[in-house]
Design a protein around this ligand. Structure first.
Ligand code: AMP
Length: 176
């Protein structure tokens, strides 16, 4: 597949990350999830992570400038420019869309495909609250629709499964 730049739009739990992983296996492009990048900043205890954590824990959007600056660094990497990318979870506001246009124009790039994932709200809520992730590998499960063979244990690598702190019912409702 020729190099392409994708944006996946859709509510949390719509399946953007899962579909991005599948497509990346085929087209070898970079999967850029702003949620993953922000969680890595929080885990590393960086200044950005400390600023972002409160917003993320309560299910609010992290301010546009913080996310845009973080993303600009990733989009500017030579390997991303070479391979193309799938942007998952960005833009989430009109202002972010304008900032993305500017960032791409500055890099001499443009978008090729934008996909909108539309999923009914009740299904989104059950997907989010039933989602479980592996601590050791990228596998994702769902205790309603895609259970692991052994409860709490990853089928692929035996790692421990956990629930994201923002996948609780209250926070998931705020995010939606
Ligand atoms: P996600 O993994 O995409 O569900 O994102 C998890 C959390 O990270 C969101 O609830 C927001 O707090 C934050 N986040 C991710 N992407 C963005 C974005 N484009 N703008 C603002 N906040 C974001």
């Amino acid at each position: 597949m020729a190099m392409k730049n994708f944006v996946f739009l859709g509510a949390p739990g719509a399946g953007k990350g899962t579909m991005a992983d599948l497509l990346c296996e085929k087209c070898h492009c970079a999967h850029i999830s702003t949620g993953d990048l922000l969680r890595a900043e929080v885990k590393a205890g960086t200044a950005l992570g400390l600023q972002a954590k409160g917003f993320m824990d309560s299910g609010k959007l992290v301010p546009d400038e913080l996310v845009a600056n973080m993303l600009a660094g990733t989009l500017g990497k030579p390997e991303v420019a070479q391979k193309g990318f799938i942007l998952d979870g960005y833009p989430r506001t009109v202002n972010q869309a304008h900032l993305l246009d500017k960032a791409l124009a500055g890099l001499g790039q443009e978008l090729d495909v934008v996909v909108l994932f539309e999923v009914p709200r009740d299904l989104l809520l059950s997907r989010l609250t039933a989602r479980r992730l592996c601590r050791k590998c990228p596998a994702i499960y769902n205790v309603l629709f895609n259970r692991p063979k052994r409860e709490g244990v990853c089928d692929s690598c035996g790692g421990e499964l956990y629930q994201r702190s923002d996948d609780t019912l209250d926070t998931a409702e705020n995010r939606l």
